[in-house]
Design a binder for this molecule. Structure first.
Ligand code: ZN
Length: 190
């Protein structure tokens, strides 16, 4: 549940979270409002034109290629679980270099994205290898949601946490979702 004050009559209301993004009516004054996730980044318009394909852009071909090469160097074989583990090591390495410049963080984010893309197959392989153990934590999901939360990209954090939770990776996903949803805002609708 989310608790907030009605933007029309100021009475305390609580509503289920699935109303986020939808129009709702106040039970007291019947005023209409919208519950929206507010991302810090969407406010400041941080997107800089021109830097779209630089070495510090997490999705640039340069960054993708470098991460692919680093993975190949550390793990020439195609073994899925080995790759899953090598991604974790790469992610940690890039993250530790982040104070050296924006490029290291971009590489770290790209490695997290690739690690997450591999996650459904890694989950299957882990469950086959250890049928009775719960899935461990997942570096890509863990670190990327931490980075995105620091960046104020709360709706992405919620999406990541829901994805990780539904796949069954261990983590404080509900707490994270809750924390990010608390940053929601309520907008008046006439
Ligand atoms: Zn009201």
């Amino acid at each position: 549940m989310i608790e907030f004050a009605c933007p029309h009559c100021n009475k305390a209301l609580s509503m289920p979270e699935d109303l986020i993004g939808k129009k709702a009516l106040c039970t007291y004054c019947h005023g209409a409002f919208m519950i929206t996730m507010l991302d810090a980044s969407s406010e400041s318009g941080e997107e800089e034109p021109g830097s779209a394909h630089g070495a510090d852009d997490e999705n640039s071909p340069v960054v993708r290629e470098r991460v692919a090469k680093d993975l190949e160097a550390a793990c020439p074989e195609q073994d899925l679980l080995r790759r899953h583990a090598v991604y974790e090591a790469l992610i940690v390495r890039y993250y530790e270099q982040r104070h050296q410049g924006a490029a290291a963080l971009a590489h770290c984010i790209q490695a997290c994205l690739q690690h997450i893309a591999l996650a459904p197959r890694a989950k299957q392989a882990l469950e086959q290898a250890r049928p009775n153990s719960p899935l461990p934590t997942h570096m890509g999901f863990d670190l990327l949601s931490t980075i995105r939360e620091k960046q104020g990209k709360y709706s992405e954090v919620v999406r990541l946490a829901q994805q990780a939770k539904s796949q069954g990776w261990t983590g404080d996903w509900d707490k994270r979702i809750d924390r990010c949803k608390k940053t929601s805002i309520i907008r008046k609708v006439k």
